[in-house]
Design a protein around this ligand. Structure first.
Ligand code: ZN
Ligand code: ZN
Length: 322
C-alpha cells in the first residue's frame, strides 16, 4: 500500500477522462505519474528492502513476467501488460495498492531528499523521455535536433538533449507561453508552427546539411509526422514519442526512406531501469523538474487540473493534497 503524496495529470489522463481508451474499462482510478510513501516494509529483491515511510517513484507497469519481452526485461512491451492508472487503480486517490509484479521488476524507486514530491511525480515522464532520447542520442550528439511539441514532454526532451549533447536544439511549438519557456530552458531556436516552419527548420539545420539529424515527435497532433518527414535530413532518425489519435495513418514515400537512409522509431513508456536513471539525473538537478510543475491542486480540484491541462495553461498540473 502506498500513500500518495503527489500525482501529475498527464495528457493521457485527460484523453481517457474525456474520450475513453481501448486500454481502459471504467470504473478505474487514473493517475500514473506518482510519488508516495510505502506503508509497510517490503522486500524488493537482491536482499534489498524499502522501509515503511520511504518515499518512492512508481514505474506504473504490471507485466506478466512470462512473455518473451518480459523475459528480456522489456516490461513496457509485455504482451499482457497491465498498468497503474489504466487497468489498475492509480494515483488520483489517497492510497494505491501496488501489485506484486510491479515490485518484483523493481518498479518502486526510492526518492532522494533533494526532490520534492511534485518533482518526484515527474520522474516517470522523465524516464519515458530517457527511453525516447536513447533511441536517437548517437545522431543527436553529432547533428541538429528538432523537437516537435512545446508541452512538458517536449521541454523535458529539450533539457535532456542540452545535457547529453552539445548539439543545437530547436523546438517547434504552438503555445506562446510554452515557447517562451523553451527559450528560457536553452532552446537554440523556437519556431511557431506555420506554413513557414519547414523552411525555418531547414535553415536552422544549416545550408550545408540536408535537414535535421534527429527529430522527436512530442505532440499528439498528427501534422507533426508530415513536418518531421519534411525537415529530416539524410541518415536522420525520427522518434515517435507521443501517442496519436487511434487509427491515425500516414502515407510514406518508401524511396524517401530508402535513398536517404531514414530511420523511424517509436518509444512507449519506460522500464524500472530507466526510472532509476531518471532519479539519478534529477537528483543532482541537472534536469530541472520543478520548472515543469506549474500548477498544484488538491484532489477535490482535479477537474480544474484537467481543465488547465487541456487548455495548455502552464506545463504540468500536479495533485498534491488528498
Ligand atoms: Zn504520463
Ligand atoms: Zn509479459
Amino acid at each position: 500500500m502506498l500513500k500518495v503524496n503527489a500525482c501529475a495529470v498527464c495528457g493521457y489522463d485527460v484523453r481517457v477522462f474525456r474520450n475513453g481508451h481501448r486500454k481502459v474499462s471504467p470504473p478505474v482510478i487514473l493517475g500514473h505519474e506518482l510519488c508516495g510513501e510505502i506503508q509497510s516494509d517490503i522486500m524488493v529483491g537482491n536482499g534489498m528492502s524499502i522501509n515503511a515511510g520511504s518515499r518512492v517513484a512508481v514505474c506504473p507497469l504490471i507485466p506478466c513476467l512470462h512473455c518473451p519481452y518480459c523475459q528480456a526485461g522489456d516490461y513496457n512491451l509485455c504482451m499482457n501488460l497491465k498498468e497503474i492508472g489504466s487497468t489498475s487503480n492509480g494515483g488520483f486517490a489517497q492510497y494505491v495498492t501496488i501489485p506484486e509484479q510491479l515490485i518484483r521488476i523493481g518498479g518502486l524507486v526510492p526518492v532522494p531528499d533533494s526532490l520534492t514530491d511534485e518533482e518526484a511525480a515527474l520522474l516517470e515522464p522523465l524516464a519515458c523521455c530517457l527511453n525516447s532520447v536513447s533511441r536517437i542520442l548517437p545522431v543527436a550528439k553529432q547533428r541538429s535536433v528538432v523537437i516537435i511539441g512545446d508541452g512538458p514532454m517536449g521541454l523535458i526532451h529539450l533539457q535532456l538533449f542540452k545535457r547529453l549533447s552539445s548539439s543545437r536544439v530547436a523546438i517547434v511549438g504552438k503555445v506562446p507561453s510554452r515557447m517562451e519557456k523553451s527559450r528560457a530552458m536553452g532552446a537554440d531556436a523556437v519556431f511557431a508552427y506555420s506554413p513557414q516552419t519547414v523552411a525555418d527548420v531547414l535553415d536552422f539545420a544549416g545550408a550545408s546539411s540536408s535537414g535535421a539529424g534527429a527529430v522527436v515527435i512530442a505532440t499528439s497532433n498528427p501534422v507533426a509526422f508530415e513536418l518531421a518527414a519534411k525537415v529530416s535530413g539524410k541518415n536522420s532518425k525520427i522518434n515517435i514519442f507521443a501517442g496519436m489519435p487511434s487509427g491515425q495513418t500516414f502515407l510514406l514515400d518508401v524511396n524517401w526512406l530508402h535513398y536517404n537512409q531514414i530511420s523511424i522509431t517509436g518509444t512507449f513508456s519506460s522500464t524500472p531501469k530507466m526510472l532509476e536513471e531518471a532519479t539519478r539525473i534529477a537528483a543532482d538537478k541537472a534536469i530541472d523538474l520543478s520548472a515543469i510543475v506549474t500548477h498544484k491542486y488538491s484532489l477535490s480540484e482535479i477537474e480544474k487540473a484537467i481543465d488547465v491541462t487541456e487548455k495548455y495553461y502552464g506545463l504540468r498540473a500536479v495533485i498534491n493534497k488528498f
